[in-house]
Design a protein around this ligand. Sequence first.
Ligand code: PLP
Length: 457
Amino acid sequence: MSTPWPLASGPEGPHALRPLLDTVLTALDAGSRARGGPLPAGGPRAVTARVRAALPDALPEHGDPDALRDLVHTLAEGSADPADPLCAAHLHCPPLAVAVAADLAASALNPSLDSWDQAPAASALETLVTRALAHEIHPPPAGPDALMTTGGTESNQLAVLLARETQGPGVRLLHGANAHHSLPRAAWLLGLPDPVTVPAPAGVLDPAALDEALTHLPGPHLVAATAGTTDAGLIDPLPEIAALCAAHGARLHIDAAYGGGLLFSARHRHRLTGLDAAHTVTLDLHKLGWQPVAAGLLAARDPADLQALHHRADYLNADDDTDAGLPDLLGRSLRTSRRPDVLKIAVTLATLGRDGLGRLVDQVCDRAAEFADLIARHPGFDLYDRPTISTVLFRPANATDTAVAAVRRHLLTDGRAVLGRAHADGRLWLKTTLLNPQARPDALAALLKLVEGNTPG
Ligand SMILES: *Cc1c(COP(=O)(O)O)cnc(C)c1O
């Protein structure tokens, strides 16, 4: 071999990767054991010190062949592990092993989805999988399409961009007070009129307030509703909102970054009734889809809307190449080089099937319902509400907001639990977003004990 640094693809690739993978897996195991909990103890100072010790010089003059082992160990030791049942703050899922294994192949082969000659099979796979997922959202007779994105943020940006391109630069975004921050930010990024925040007094967008805003504000309008709010996992009244949009001629986007996963569950998909009325829908399979980041999608009911993204670069999609039948991929993203994130998704859907994925969704929803029951029965805690998806908000009874914030930070710093926080009803709540289908009820009981034992005052 001419270089000591073998390549991941090519005839030697798999052979070169095998011992390196062994190193990675051993270091993951040792690092996770060294952590011994859902996240590293000691807070940012201790973690930074350990990282610095492992990497005294980020660009040394001469390399160290043990860097892979040492840095993977350091990362594992210093990670928040979403597979630990006490790591439940965010929409941060434990990825499926099969999806991660597929992602390794994506990295090794490194197809790039900006032109067919860099990604022949990956682009064909992307077409199949995005169409299938688009049909889940917009069933026949619609002929929908979906684009792969890096996640909910990019999907929401694209949705606002498509609204601008179809409705004109004066289109005004109306979003609930419960909407994801990336929506008003997209309006800012795209130079649109200042967005209007519609009240969401009970955590979901208030249709009467939306009707009022649509009646009094000059159009054109883009309404953004949420199916699965980030703070509480609530679903806006989609059919009512869709009817209002139809009556006022407004364009509708539904951010289903979180709730979209309910589509896989026969028990829960009815909660998304009305989703198909949206012009565009955000999905995020690195939430209720158990994918490693990134695994976002933007579905469009009318694929003609996506024409706005059409773009020409002679080296990637020359007209004569396109005329000769080479697929034109550049208009399927605002990015140029693009990872085949579709592979892990395709592998997951094909391996688990709808029933396998649906069962994972059902399990996390069941866990959340059980956890809520546990809290409701416990005299020491207040429950915000029964979960709609898998988010449970609770707080120690009679605690101040300061004490609620303090217990969260205390458990975080000790490395014992990762809880989120959310304001609702004018108070601060502890948030658990349960995305681990294997979490056992006794782990959740232990979590309550931890909170109880560590709340100040
Ligand atoms: C997580 C989330 C997003 C952002 O998704 P990213 O993948 O983090 O970019 C957008 N909307 C909602 C409702 C979310 O929960």
